[in-house]
Each structure stands twice: as structure tokens, then as C-alpha cells.
Design a protein around this ligand. Sequence first.
Ligand code: PSU
Ligand code: MN
Length: 301
Amino acid sequence: MNRFVDLSPEVQEALANGKPVVALESTIISHGMPYPKNVETAVAVENVIRENGAVPATIAIIGGRIKVGLTPDELEYFGKKGLAITKTSRRDIPVIVGKGEDGATTVSATMIIAAMAGIGVFATGGIGGVHRGAETTMDISADLDEFAQTPVLVVCAGAKAILDLNLTMEYLETKGVPVFGYQTDDLPAFYSRKSGIKVPNRADSPEELAKVWNTKRELGLAGGMLVTNPIPEQYSMDSDKINAAIDEAIEAMNQAGIKGKEATPFLLDKVQKLTGGESLESNIQLVLNNAKLAAQIAANL
Ligand code: PSU
Ligand code: MN
């Protein structure tokens, strides 16, 4: 392990004994949900992973130390500080560590750190992707290039329609990333179970996913794999309602001239405000659902 990384005792013990471990990101805590729901959710997600036979490893940078596994006090500190923490993707890691600051790791940064620690499975809510209008803005999340090079399987609930889902799938194809739908042929669209876009592969059990993931690694093929897991039926939102909110949020973003790394947090916050508590509750439930599947996959490796 490099000298910048601290493993929590629980994670260290699990890795040393070959127990299943699931990585979790921290931008979803600081930038994805409001306090105190963010901390409550982070704790609940960790518990779901434990209940399903794996050890959770929430990843963040605190005072320049790369943490793999946070204490309850660290989670609380992180959730409370929220947007004041620097959103940290691949390019930001050396800056935050070098300056000794706090960093909330996105999907790309969390994958990199998970791989450093030897963790191969990671659960989150939504991934970054190709933004609508990317043909002129070139706003393509660093998450997508990470899938092409870093060996971590990521379970998400598909991608939010703040993104161009077709272009996101095209980009992942170009980058050679296997994408699975879990018990579905239709790419999940985060708040709703279906996007109307066909997902390239389907798997119906954690065993199947573990088998393909092991095969990819044994073949020596670089990069990760993406598993898209539909939100449970009872929490899925009406797609017309959510899409109207997303359109309004994108309009507001363009009006305000927001771009770069601020784009996604702005859109997440705006959509949450426009749809009230309903979208927040859906968001929490889909993360719990993804944590469960990720733990089951990790247990089958
Ligand atoms: N999408 C969500 N919730 C999130 C994110 C994306 O539905 O919390 C976060 C993740 O940390 C993801 C990051 O890695 O936003 C992507 O940011 P960007 O689009 O700037 O690459
Ligand atoms: Mn971006």
C-alpha cells in the first residue's frame, strides 16, 4: 500500500482474510444529499452491506490522508461539512493529498483508491456520464474513462436523465466497458426502472455477475465493469414528472452559466428541490438496493 492510504481496522482485517469488501464513494454524501439525511443514508448503506455478508469501505480524503473505511465520527464530520468539501475526481487526488485537504471522492476517484487497496466491488447511486449537449460543451465525466482503465466493478441504478443516456452508452462501448442490466434488458434511468434504451447484457443473479467479473480479470483485460440495477418498483418515480424537473434544472443551469465540475451537483440539487422529498427518498432507496447487490456479488467472487 502507498504511504498516503489509511485502511480502517475493519477493512484491513477483511482484506487480510480474504473476506468480501464493498467500496463506497463520498461525493454522494457531501454533494449528493442534504445533511443529515446524507449521514443517515451512509450509515444505513454500510449496515446493508454488513447484513449481506460483506464489509463496507467508505472512501474519502481527510486532511490529506486517503481513508478506506471511515469511523462514525468521520462520516458525521464529512456529511456536516457537505458542499464545503472539495469534490475530488481523478485529476484532483494529487492536489488534495499534496495540500493536506479534505476531498469527497467521486466514482472515478473512489475506483482508483479501491483498486489501490485491492477492493474490486463498489456500490453507488448514479454515475457520471456524457452530458446533454456534450457535442459542444465536451462535458464527459471522468467516471467513464475510469471504467476503461481501473479494475473495479461498479453497481449503480443506471444514469440520471440529466445525462444523454444514448451517448453515455456509446462512449462506454468505445471504451470497451461491459455493461449489464440486473434482471432487466432495459437500461435503468435512476429514478425510474426503464429508459427505453437496450442494455448490452443481462444478468439474473449475483453469481452470474461474479463469474463474468472473474473472467474479465483472469483474461487480463484492463478496466472495470458496470452493473445497472433498477430502482425497486415501489420507489420508482413517474418518468414524465421526473423528466419535467430535469428539463427545468438543465434550463436553470444554462441560464446561470454553470459548467465543469459544478454542473452535476447543481443539477442534483435542483432536481431534488423541484420534486421535493420524493426524489430524495427514491435516491436513498436505490442506493440501499445497490449496496445489497454489490455485497452479494462480492460474496460470490
Ligand atoms: N450522479 C448522481 N449522484 C451523485 C453523482 C452523480 O446521481 O452523487 C456524483 C458521483 O460522485 C459521480 C459524480 O462520480 O457525481 C460525477 O460528477 P461529474 O459529472 O462532474 O463527473
Ligand atoms: Mn463534467
